[in-house]
Design a protein around this ligand. Structure first.
Ligand code: GLN
Length: 537
C-alpha cells in the first residue's frame, strides 16, 4: 500500500521546494523505501515546452519525451524514482483532459465544475504518479500557498487525505523565516500566516520545514509550534547550506526530518542507516585539490536555472575529479570573431549549450572556433553541436556560406536542416523529436572511450539535424561522425580526432547525471579541461 506525502510552500517562491522534496525522497530511499516523485504546477501552459527559459528555467526532458519542470531534474539526481509523463501535471494538462472528456460526452447531463471534476482529475493525476506502486509517493505542489491558481490543487490534496488511511498521507509545508538585519531577528509571522491560509482550506501540516539564514532559537521552535499547531519536534530547521546543495539531505537528517516523516506514516526506520558514502562525497566537495574553470557560452546565461542540469552535470564531473568548478558565463551574443579571445581567454574548457533561433548563434560559432583553433576542450550540446558542424563546414571544409535552416530557410548550404518528420508539423507544443533514442558509438572515438559501451540511450529535444548531404564533405575535411542513430539515419555525435577533446552531441546528456555518478561525457570533458589547465600553468 502506497503512502503519500504532499509538499507545499509558503511565504515566497524559490524556497527550494524541489530540492527539499528530492531530499525527502533521498531520505526515504536511505531507510529502504521505494519512492515516486511528482510535481503539480498551477500554471495554464500544458507543459513548459513553449515557455522561454527566462520565464521558467530549463525545460527538463524525460525518457518518454515529456517536456517538464526542472524540479524533475532534482528528483532524478537524488532518487531512483521512475520519472515520466505522470511525474508532472499542470493546470493546463488537467483542464485539457477534463474538456476532452466533456466533449466526448463522459459527463453527459451534468454541469462540469472545479469541484468535483477538476479536483477528481487532479486526484487521478496523483494516483497515476504513484502507479508504479512505490512505498511512498511524494507530490510537490508548485507555487505558493495563497495563490489563486493553486487553490484547486490544495483542495484536491485535502480531499485525497480523506480517501486514504490517517497514517497513509501527510502534509509537509516549507516556509521561510525572514531575517531582519536591523533588529537582528528572525520573524515567524509570515509562516504563521501561510500556515493559517492552509488551515483555512482544511489542511493542517504535519511537518513544517523552516528555511532560515540564521540558527533558530528554542523559543522560536516553540512559538512556531504553538501558533502553527505543529508538534515541536515536527518543526524542522533548514539552514542555508555552507558549501553545496548536497548538504541539504544530510542537514535535514540531522534535523530529524526522516524520523518525523517515518513516525507520521508509521514506517519503521532502517536499523542500519548509513550515510558514510554521502559524507565521503561531501568531503570531496569541501576539500578539492584544484579548480577548473569552464566557460558556458549561451543565450540565457543571466539565469542560472536556464542551464540548471548543465551546471549540475559539470559540478558532478568536477567533484569526481576532486576539483571545484568555476563557471565563466559568457553571453553568446557578446562574442564576435575578434572578441572570442577577450571573453574566453584562460578558461580550461568551453561548453556551448542548446538553444533556439538566430540570436547568439554567430557568437556560439565564434566560441567554437576559438576552442577548436586553440585546442581547448569543447563540449557542444544540441544547438551547440549544430553550431560546431556549421563552424567546421565554414572554416575548415571551405563551405563559406554554411548555416542552419533554422534561421536561414532559403540559404544554399544548409548544413543543418529540418528533420524530414518535422516538415509537416505545424503546432509548436510537444512536437519536437523528444525523449530517449539509441545512439551507436564509433569505435576509437572519445565518446566511445567515455561511455565504454557500443550503444547508449540519450534524451533529445530538437527539430533540426545534421544534413546527411554534407556528411561526407565534413568527414573528408576531418570531422568524425562518432555516434549515429542507425534506424533514423541521423548523426548524433561529431568529433575532431586531431583535437585534445572536441565533442558535439545532438542530444542532452545533462539529463542523465547523478552526484556520485557523473555523466561519462561530462566527466571526460572536465577531465580534459583539468589537464588542459595544468598544461597551461
Ligand atoms: N534549435 C535546435 C533544433 O531545434 C536545437 C535545439 C536545442 O538546442 N535543444 O534543432
Amino acid at each position: 500500500m502506497t503512502k503519500f506525502i504532499f509538499v507545499t510552500g509558503g511565504v515566497v517562491s524559490s524556497l527550494g521546494k524541489g530540492l527539499t522534496s528530492a531530499a525527502i525522497g533521498w531520505l526515504l530511499e536511505r531507510h529502504g523505501y521505494s519512492v515516486s516523485m511528482q510535481k503539480l504546477d498551477p500554471y495554464i501552459n500544458v507543459d513548459p515546452g513553449t515557455m522561454s527559459p527566462f520565464q521558467h528555467g530549463e525545460v527538463y526532458v524525460t525518457d518518454d519525451g515529456t517536456e517538464a519542470d526542472l524540479d524533475l531534474g532534482h528528483y532524478e539526481r537524488f532518487t531512483h524514482a521512475k520519472i515520466d509523463k505522470h511525474s508532472n501535471f499542470t493546470t493546463g494538462k488537467i483542464y485539457r483532459s477534463v474538456i476532452q472528456k466533456e466533449r466526448r460526452g463522459d459527463y453527459l447531463g451534468r454541469t462540469v465544475q472545479v469541484i468535483p471534476h477538476i479536483t477528481d482529475e487532479i486526484k487521478s493525476a496523483i494516483r497515476k504518479g504513484a502507479s508504479s506502486g512505490p512505498d511512498v509517493a511524494i507530490t510537490e505542489i508548485g507555487g505558493t500557498v495563497g495563490d489563486i491558481e493553486s487553490l484547486p490543487f490544495l483542495e484536491a490534496i485535502r480531499q485525497f487525505s480523506l480517501e486514504v488511511g490517517v497514517h497513509d498521507c501527510m502534509f509537509v509545508h516549507l516556509t521561510l523565516l525572514p531575517y531582519l538585519g536591523a533588529s537582528g531577528e528572525l520573524k515567524t509571522k509570515p509562516t504563521q500566516q501561510s500556515v493559517g491560509k492552509l488551515r483555512e482550506i482544511g489542511i493542517q501540516p504535519h511537518v513544517l520545514i523552516c528555511r532560515t539564514e540564521q540558527p533558530m532559537s528554542e523559543d522560536m521552535f516553540e512559538k512556531i509550534s504553538l501558533f502553527c499547531n505543529v508538534r515541536r519536534e515536527a518543526v524542522i530547521e533548514e539552514r542555508d547550506v555552507e558549501f553545496s546543495i548536497y548538504e541539504v539531505p544530510v542537514d535535514l537528517t540531522k534535523s530529524g526530518l526522516d524520523r518525523q516523516i517515518l513516525t507520521q506514516l508509521e514506517l519503521q526506520p532502517s536499523e542500519n542507516l548509513s550515510l558514510d558514502d554521502w559524507y565521503a562525497f561531501l568531503d570531496k566537495v569541501r576539500d578539492p585539490v584544484g579548480t577548473v574553470e569552464i566557460a558556458v557560452a549561451g543565450k540565457y546565461i543571466e539565469l542560472h536555472d536556464a542551464y540548471k542540469s548543465i551546471y549540475e552535470s559539470l559540478s558532478h564531473a568536477a567533484i569526481s575529479h576532486t576539483h571545484s568548478i568555476k563557471f565563466r558565463k559568457v553571453s553568446a551574443e557578446q562574442i564576435h570573431d575578434s572578441s572570442a579571445e577577450e571573453h574566453l581567454q584562460g578558461v580550461d574548457g568551453i561548453l556551448v549549450p542548446g538553444g533556439f533561433g538566430e540570436r547568439g548563434f554567430e557568437g556560439k560559432i565564434g566560441a567554437i572556433r576559438y576552442a577548436r583553433e586553440n585546442d581547448i576542450p569543447f563540449l557542444g550540446i544540441c544547438y551547440g553541436m549544430q553550431a560546431a558542424a556549421v563552424e567546421y563546414a565554414r572554416n575548415v571544409a571551405g563551405i563559406d556560406e554554411a548555416t542552419t535552416s533554422e534561421y536561414a530557410p532559403d540559404a544554399e548550404h544548409q548544413v543543418i536542416n529540418l528533420m524530414e518528420e518535422q516538415k509537416t508539423v505545424h503546432e509548436l507544443g510537444g512536437t519536437m523529436r523528444l525523449g530517449a533514442f539509441d545512439c551507436k558509438l564509433t569505435a576509437g572515438s572519445k565518446s566511445h572511450a567515455a561511455y565504454g559501451v557500443d550503444v547508449v540511450s540519450e534524451r533529445h529535444r530538437h527539430r533540426f539535424e545534421l544534413n546527411n548531404a554534407y556528411r561526407s564533405r565534413l568527414e573528408e575535411a576531418g570531422m568524425v561522425m562518432a555516434g549515429v542513430n542507425e534506424r533514423l539515419d541521423l548523426v548524433e555525435i561529431v568529433e575532431l580526432p586531431d583535437h585534445s577533446w572536441f565533442v558535439g552531441v545532438q542530444y542532452h546528456p545533462e539529463f542523465k547525471t547523478r552526484p556520485m555518478e557523473p555523466h561519462p561525457l561530462f566527466r571526460d570533458f572536465v577531465g580534459a579541461a583539468i589537464e588542459h589547465g595544468s598544461a597551461q600553468r
